[in-house]
Design a protein around this ligand. Structure first.
Ligand code: SF4
Length: 358
């Protein structure tokens, strides 16, 4: 079983972000969240071993040391992660302290640090509030802690960013000793504070997507790169339709048939407002899962497909893939009895491929 915890707090709101979070929350609000989480976990019935935990947000590291310790204790007490469990946590550089890094190092197996760009002007364009000095200090702390697995998040196609500047961001990230890199194309999300002015140039974005592929770490998903063994197991499991339980406001889960989405409001979540249930016919759900995992370089094999909850036959999958390839572009697909994957150009046009599955 895979678990996602959404910590809905941020110091300030980045201009491109539409994830649900409360800005500059009071300590009382943070405690109310942790109290409610404790009650939810106490009422939750475990179902199988804990394979992965992902603590995201928001900014989990906005918590001070004692609250971060409490969050970890709640999760450990309920889920009893084993030495095989992957535990990932997202961190924002400006919130890291030596004590928090030590706590994270003792509990989590992966750290994901949200840099977005090492260039302060580009971070300012993004409305990302992280002073350069704090970014450099955080990087030193994380390097000193010698995480076996850590990721750096970058954003590209930022207005005013040149391909050279993006190349420099990648080189700097890889030189830090990370084993995982996420490079996200700036996407104007509806509801984001600066969505009107953060409009990427599509041609530049395509050029930078190719640059990212030559950055040093092998691509394993459209936006993700890792050394062997550095891939995020949590995301890999979720992309291929693995079971997921989501805790916290706006957290999504999947029970094998239905997506269960918690209310995107801390007030509503604290009031135990019911989650939204996304129930769609099984055939459509299977198409959706198949399309999502085509984002990975590995794609699908008959074995992987057989592990999907309520999977139909591999022959059915081959037939649907042939149909979508004929309707979009055969050059985007590599279809054989042993696998279905997308070519580089297919990955680049994944959105169009996915539409063919809906
Ligand atoms: S990008 Fe991260 S830190 Fe920035 S507002 Fe969104 S969740 Fe918060």
């Amino acid at each position: 079983m895979n678990y996602y915890f959404h910590v809905p707090f941020c110091q300030s709101k980045c201009g491109y972000c539409a994830f649900y979070s409360e800005v500059a929350p009071s300590l009382e609000l943070q405690d109310a969240y942790l109290d409610a989480l404790e009650r939810e976990l106490a009422a939750f019935t475990l179902n199988g071993a804990c394979e992965t935990v992902y603590i995201g947000g928001g900014t989990p590291t906005l918590f001070d040391e004692s609250r971060l310790e409490r969050l970890f204790a709640l999760i450990a007490h309920k889920l009893s992660p084993s030495c095989k469990t992957e535990i990932s946590i997202e961190a924002n550089p400006e919130t890291l302290t030596p004590a928090k890094v030590e706590l994270i190092r003792a509990f989590a197996t992966r750290l994901s640090i949200g840099v977005q760009s090492f260039n302060p002007q580009l971070r300012a364009t993004l409305g990302r509030n992280c002073p350069q000095k704090q970014l450099e200090q955080a990087i030193k702390l994380v390097q000193k802690a010698e995480f076996a697995h850590w990721n750096c998040d970058l954003i590209y196609a930022i207005p005013g960013q040149s391909p050279d500047q993006f190349q420099q961001d990648i080189q700097r990230a890889v030189s830090l000793g990370i084993d995982h890199l996420s490079c996200y194309n700036l996407t104007p999300e509806e509801g984001a504070r600066l969505s009107d002015i953060l409009t990427p140039d599509e041609d530049v974005a395509t050029e930078m997507w190719h640059i990212a592929n030559c950055g040093g770490l092998p691509r394993y998903e459209i936006s993700n790169y890792a050394l062997p063994g550095g891939q995020c197991r949590h995301n890999l499991n979720v992309w291929k339709g693995g079971l997921l339980v989501g805790f916290g406001p706006s957290a999504a889960g999947f029970d094998g048939k239905r997506r269960i989405i918690q209310p995107a409001s801390l007030t509503e979540w604290l009031r135990h407002a019911p989650p939204e249930i996304d129930e769609i016919p099984t055939a459509r759900r299977l198409n959706e899962i198949f399309a999502v995992n085509l984002r990975t370089v590995q794609g699908w094999t008959p074995q992987l497909w057989s592990e999907v909850p309520h999977a139909d036959s591999w022959e059915t999958r081959l037939a649907v893939a042939e149909r979508v390839a004929a309707e979009t572009s055969k050059k985007w697909f590599d279809i054989s009895p042993e696998h279905v994957t997308l070519s580089d150009s297919g990955l680049l046009f994944w959105n169009t491929v996915a539409e063919g599955y809906l």
